[in-house]
Design a protein around this ligand. Structure first.
Ligand code: CA2
Length: 149
C-alpha cells in the first residue's frame, strides 16, 4: 500500500527558524523517519513538498493516477485560504489525513479555520513531527478496515 505525504509552503524551512513553534528537526529528517515507520507498518510512503499551490494540486491529482491508497497532507498556510486545494482533495476522492505540527486552534484566530478539514478523514494538530506518525498509523488502520482487512 502506497501513501503520498504532501507538505505545503514554507515547511522546507523547518529546523532553520522558529523552533519554539515548529521544533528543531528538518523536514527531510521528519520524512526519513516517517519512511522507516512506514516499513514497520507494512506500507510505503512517498513524499513531496512545494511552495506553490498549483504544484500541490497537480500532485494531489496525480495521486489517483499513481494508484496511491491515501494522502497525508500538511497544507501549511494554504490550510486557511485554499478552496482550490480542498476541491482537489475532494475531487480525487482519496482518503486524506490533515496534519499540523502546531496546534492551529490555540494560535491566531485566522489559523482556526481549515478549508481542508471537512474533506479529510480527520485532522491531527499540535503534536509536532509525531503527528505524521499518528496520521500514518490512523490512515493505514482506516484503509485496512475499509478494505475488510
Ligand atoms: O503547524 C503547522 O504545521 C502549520 O501547517 C505550519 C504553517 C502554518 O501557516 C499553519 O498555520 C500551521 C507554516 C509553516 C511554516 O514553517 C516554518 C518553519 C520554519 C520557519 C518558518 C516557517
Amino acid at each position: 500500500m502506497r501513501i503520498l505525504v504532501i507538505n505545503g509552503p514554507n515547511l522546507n524551512l523547518l529546523g532553520t527558524r522558529e523552533p519554539e513553534i515548529y521544533g528543531a528537526k528538518t523536514l527531510e529528517t521528519i520524512m526519513q523517519e516517517l519512511c522507516i515507520e512506514a516499513t514497520t507498518l507494512g506500507c510505503k510512503v512517498e513524499t513531496y513538498q512545494s511552495n506553490h499551490e498549483g504544484d500541490l494540486i497537480d500532485q494531489i491529482q496525480r495521486a489517483r493516477a499513481g494508484s496511491f491508497a491515501g494522502i497525508i497532507i500538511n497544507p501549511g498556510g494554504y490550510t486557511h485560504t485554499s478552496i482550490a486545494l480542498r476541491d482537489a482533495i475532494s475531487g480525487v476522492g482519496l482518503a486524506t489525513v490533515e496534519v499540523h505540527l502546531s496546534n492551529i486552534h490555540a494560535r491566531e484566530e485566522f489559523r482556526h479555520n481549515s478549508y481542508i478539514a471537512p474533506v479529510a478523514i480527520g485532522q491531527i494538530a499540535g503534536f509536532g513531527p509525531y503527528g505524521y506518525t499518528m496520521a500514518l498509523s490512523a490512515l493505514k488502520k482506516y484503509l485496512d478496515s475499509r478494505d475488510g482487512k
